[in-house]
Design a protein around this ligand. Structure first.
Ligand code: IMP
Ligand code: MG
Length: 185
């Protein structure tokens, strides 16, 4: 795996695809154990979560699982804008449902807090969250996700669905900003 460059910044390999696959499989087994025999509604938070959600959804292999999509946006470039825009809300009736929110990464926790608040309005039976990545050292505005793939330091990463201004989502591995970029800034 080589370095990659976006917007003049260099990123180095951080989490390889086989490690990602291993954690996705572990999360899937945990979720399957908790929801087998139920009719959970997975809610994929676009755009970043689409690759993780599709891998996780198949790996869970729950007979009566459903998937739907919502879209929230809070990041521009490499920084949180500080506000969460709801671009596309939930269209399903979540009344009495067991909801599993699927996130790519929890950073400040602002998006997660907004998601819990918005979904609770639909009166679901339960709401849990799975996030592939979690930055425990970032500002906390929400409880930790119920299921976490990787705890990572407070660094900007991309690939496997995560973007820099919509680019790099198609990288099969996850990359982190190279140290020397940061010293130049
Ligand atoms: P939060 O609201 O600050 O927790 O940010 C959540 C959203 O910001 C995530 O779902 C991502 O879409 C985006 N995000 C947060 N950290 C990163 C990162 O390191 N790389 C790319 N996107 C990120
Ligand atoms: Mg996201």
């Amino acid at each position: 795996m080589e370095e990659v460059t976006y917007q003049g910044l260099t990123f180095v390999p951080y989490i390889r695809r086989d490690e990602i696959a291993k954690q996705v499989e572990r999360l899937a087994q945990e979720i399957k154990r908790d929801y087998e025999g139920k009719n959970p509604l997975f809610v994929c938070v676009l755009n970043g979560s689409f690759i993780f959600a599709s891998d996780l959804f198949r790996a869970c292999d729950i007979h009566d699982a459903e998937m739907t999509f919502i879209r929230y946006k809070s990041y521009r470039g490499m920084e949180s804008t500080g506000s969460v825009d709801k671009i596309m809300g939930i269209t399903e009736d979540v009344n009495g449902r067991d909801v599993i929110i699927v996130e790519d990464i929890i950073d400040s926790g602002r998006t997660a807090a907004q998601l819990f608040k918005d979904l609770a309005e639909g009166n679901p039976n339960s709401v849990k969250m799975v996030s592939l990545l979690f930055k425990p050292d970032a500002v906390r505005e929400s409880k930790a996700p119920d299921y976490v793939g990787f705890n990572i330091p407070n660094e900007f990463i991309l690939g496997y669905g995560l973007d820099i201004d919509e680019l790099a989502r198609n990288l099969p591995d996850i990359y982190v900003l190279k140290k020397e970029n940061k010293e130049e800034q």
